[in-house]
Design a protein around this ligand. Structure first.
Ligand code: NAP
Length: 540
């Protein structure tokens, strides 16, 4: 390998969401020449695509944001506890403007392939328009959940009206007065249904697996609350950095449900039923580790479903069964259950009662009925963690794509490096934690920046991630995964195990050892000189 060739850029990254924006800022500050491509026509990543009615953050916005600029933390005002897609996208544009990041971004540009060239030691990055750009480093900032999964239901092309994946909501499409069919009952549908039902003539949700839906309890920001947040930002950011899911939550309460008298358990559950995932982490420490404690939590959530849904038969259909809380990622509720009390909303059980047979010209045909619609939304989820990385031909030093590498297992080193892929980084790739993403992104970006600075200051041309380190991280991740109730996700098609993909076997995709511990491990690696990497110079 030789790197005596000049590259167009030091770094090419793909993805103009939180990850690409954070990366471009930090690398530019460190003196690197960066280009960021994104196929979307605007910045925002997730928030440039997911524009369905009701799309909003599930983390509270005041910590679902960047922490690197104290000025931005003080200058920006969130209007709600959880902001909608538009407000989050506007926030990202505000950051782009403030730090003059736009010149580094080339939007409406889809990257088709990225190949490491052993001759030049550079990455050749080809866009769909046929241009090829070269860079010493190639970085994925494509996000964990961006590649849509379409259902394998015959007849989709026959439907006469609009039919689309939830993350591709057609601009300007209005559901007012329309009959809408939604396939899927995950986090997207849970957010979308209450909004769509407000104006649609009729909405039908086709549900296979019911979810444990926790309350969001949306509320407006008040001047007093905003002041309290802004006066305490250092503490809030530290809380997120030190939390097992990267959330600015209180530390674990230091008690287990299994050791607490049942009445006290109920009292604590009720007292903390104030919205967000806090309920899981601020009540008891054993809800995700002990089957018995998890059952208590599941029963409590189930009792709330029954309180909210008027029709007991419908409540029963909406009640998750046979799997623990968190085996699937729980959605947050903005009036989801109550929406089923409306006359214009219907639930169809496509698992046990009437499976979908096909999509026809006029609607959805199940084994029992033909449901006629004007619009069909496929809220059928995403190929999480690996989907975007596999959609591009990313070829390492042996010419293999990541898609080929990950056919059976999706191994990585800390979700950042892949063995066989020199000078390549992933931000929150497979086997990184599932956490509040801006927190994880910032930790990843700081780590990547340190690595690039070491490469340049010590005059290295390449690093090759070690196979041994990858095997070790994967084995460690799998061992932890096995000890959690999340390992039951394969029973219920959880995307957290890639079990929502028909053509693939389930796998360990998430490091559940605690995001805060993972961030410590990143720091240890950087402080230790990146022992997972073999550094070399082309002359060597
Ligand atoms: P999802 O949770 O994977 O849900 C997909 C739904 O589609 C499931 O109900 C699934 O049923 C159903 N489905 C899939 N294939 C089907 C088929 N062939 N026939 C019938 N039903 C089918 O996807 P999502 O709702 O888009 O959410 C994915 C993740 O994105 C979330 O968990 C979350 O992390 C993220 N998200 C975040 C936010 C936010 O933070 N604001 C909002 C939306 C999404 P089964 O369960 O039976 O497989």
């Amino acid at each position: 390998m030789s790197s005596n060739h000049s590259a167009d850029y030091d770094v090419i990254a793909v993805g103009a969401g939180f990850a690409g924006i954070s990366l471009s800022y930090h690398l530019r500050e460190a003196g690197f020449n960066v280009k960021v491509f994104d196929r979307a026509s605007d910045v925002g990543g997730t928030w440039a695509w997911n524009k369905y009615p009701g799309a909003a953050t599930d983390s509270e916005s005041y910590y679902y944001c960047f922490s690197f600029s104290k000025e931005v933390l003080q200058e920006w005002s969130w209007s709600k506890r959880y902001s909608g897609w538009e407000e989050t996208q506007n926030y990202l544009k505000f950051v782009m403007d403030k730090f003059s990041l736009w010149p580094m971004f080339q939007l409406s540009t889809e990257v088709e392939s990225a190949e490491f060239d052993n001759e030049t030691g550079l990455w050749n990055v080809r866009t769909q328009g046929g241009e090829t750009h070269t860079a010493k480093y190639f970085i994925s900032a494509m996000g964990m959940i961006s590649q849509p999964v379409l259902p394998n239901i015959p007849g989709q092309d026959r439907f006469a009206g609009p039919i689309f994946h939830s993350s591709r909501w057609p601009e300007g499409l209005d559901v007012a007065g329309k009959r809408v069919g939604i396939i899927g009952a995950g986090a997207t549908t849970v957010q979308m249904l209450p909004e769509v039902a407000k104006t649609a003539a009729q909405v039908t949700v086709f549900q296979r697996t019911p979810n444990f839906v926790l309350p969001a309890m949306q509320k407006d920001m008040t001047p007093e609350w905003e002041k309290e947040i802004k006066d305490n930002y250092d503490e809030i950011i530290a809380k997120a950095r030190n939390h097992m899911f990267g959330m600015a939550f209180e530390q674990p309460p230091g008690r287990n449900a299994v050791d607490t008298p049942p009445e006290e358990v109920q009292r604590i559950f009720e007292e903390h039923w104030n919205g967000s995932f806090r309920w899981v982490f601020e009540t008891f420490d054993d809800l995700l580790g002990s089957a018995e404690a998890n059952q208590m939590a599941s029963d409590f959530i189930t009792s709330k479903i029954k309180e909210k849904v008027d029709d007991p038969e419908l409540a029963e259909l909406l009640t998750p069964k046979g799997y623990p809380l968190f085996a699937k990622r729980p959605p947050l509720d903005h009036g989801y259950y109550e929406t089923f009390n409306r006359d214009n909303v219907k639930l169809v059980d496509i698992k046990d009662r009437e499976p979908i047979q096909e999509i026809t010209e006029t609607g959805i045909q199940t084994t029992e009925n033909l449901y006629e619609f004007d619009i069909i939304v496929l809220a059928t989820g995403f190929q999480a963690y690996t989907g975007a990385l596999e959609a591009i031909d990313i070829r390492g030093s042996d010419g293999h794509t990541l898609r080929e590498k990950w056919e059976d297992e999706s191994k990585s080193i800390m979700g950042v490096y892949a063995a066989g892929y020199p000078n390549f980084f992933m931000i929150t790739g497979p086997q990184a934690p599932f956490a509040n993403l801006p927190t994880s992104i910032e930790q990843n970006v700081a780590y990547i920046t340190d690595c690039l600075q070491k490469m340049e200051s010590e005059g290295y041309d390449f690093f090759q991630p070690s196979q041994e380190a990858e095997d070790e991280w994967s084995a460690h991740t799998a061992e932890i995964h096995e000890q959690t109730l999340m390992a039951q996700g394969d029973k219920v098609n959880s995307w957290m195990m890639g079990a929502n993909l028909e053509q693939r076997k389930p796998r360990v995709l998430v490091y559940f050892g605690g995001a805060h511990i993972y961030y410590d491990k990143l720091r240890e690696s950087a402080d230790g000189g990146f022992p997972e990497l073999a550094f070399s110079k082309s002359a060597a």
